[in-house]
Design a protein around this ligand. Structure first.
Ligand code: SF4
Length: 213
């Protein structure tokens, strides 16, 4: 497929600084791929630099794009509730995304989420690597297929591997689970409850594993 010239993507180049605020500040001006052009702002990760647990989603959504913070929309609220059930406060966790700008397409007046492609994900990966280098979490949790495939490669299947503590080039200990937005897309109340319970069970494994090191 021919790549349109206005849809370029080259790997981002984060500064090698040990200061999170310097790296975060540099990400604000990132133009390594075309996604910055139609987004409001870079949505960098948030949370303590000493966090034992790092949660990685796909990309900011409509709410996050406007607020400039990750996981503040409906999926973020489910994630916060699930974390609380495991006894962890969201503020103890470092939360980020594989891609730092909101990719969307217009649908009437709404901006509909559009999945980032492999070139955009690869372009943004150096920012995720910088976050892992600075936070050095005990465990990284990849939430959803995009985050998991960013870390493990395109053949990785969350349904097959969820809840297992694995190792990767990005971080020595990584666990995959579903993205909390998938819980919002369940067809009925019963499956919503069932999938939410499985998500909480995965997070319990993650919290225990993060504490164990
Ligand atoms: S999506 Fe990532 S690589 Fe692309 S411009 Fe934004 S921060 Fe840079």
């Amino acid at each position: 497929m021919r790549i349109k010239t206005d849809e370029y993507a080259t790997p981002a180049k984060p500064p090698k600084s040990s200061s999170m605020s310097i790296v975060r500040g540099a990400a604000k001006d990132c133009t390594a791929c075309h996604l910055f052009k139609h987004a409001t702002q870079t949505v960098f990760g948030e949370g303590p630099k000493t966090a034992a647990l790092m949660l990685v989603g796909e990309q900011p959504g409509d709410y996050e794009d406007v607020a400039g913070e990750p996981f503040v929309g409906p999926a973020g609220k489910i994630m916060d509730r699930a974390l609380e059930e495991t006894g962890i406060d969201r503020r103890q966790v470092y939360v980020t995304n594989a891609v730092k700008h909101f990719k969307w397409e217009p649908r009437g007046k709404r901006r509909l989420h559009k999945k980032p492609n492999s070139r955009e994900i690869a372009a943004c990966r150096p920012w995720l690597e910088a976050e892992v280098r600075l936070v050095r979490p005990s465990l990284v949790v990849a939430m959803g297929a995009t985050a998991a495939q960013t870390i493990f490669g395109p053949s990785f299947r969350v349904t097959r591997e969820r809840g297992k503590i694995l190792s990767s080039k990005l971080a020595p200990r990584v666990m995959a689970t579903v993205h909390p937005s998938s819980l919002l897309r369940q067809p009925d109340e019963e499956s919503r409850h069932r999938e939410y319970a499985k998500f909480v069970a995965d997070l319990r494994i993650a919290v225990k594993a993060a504490k164990a090191k």
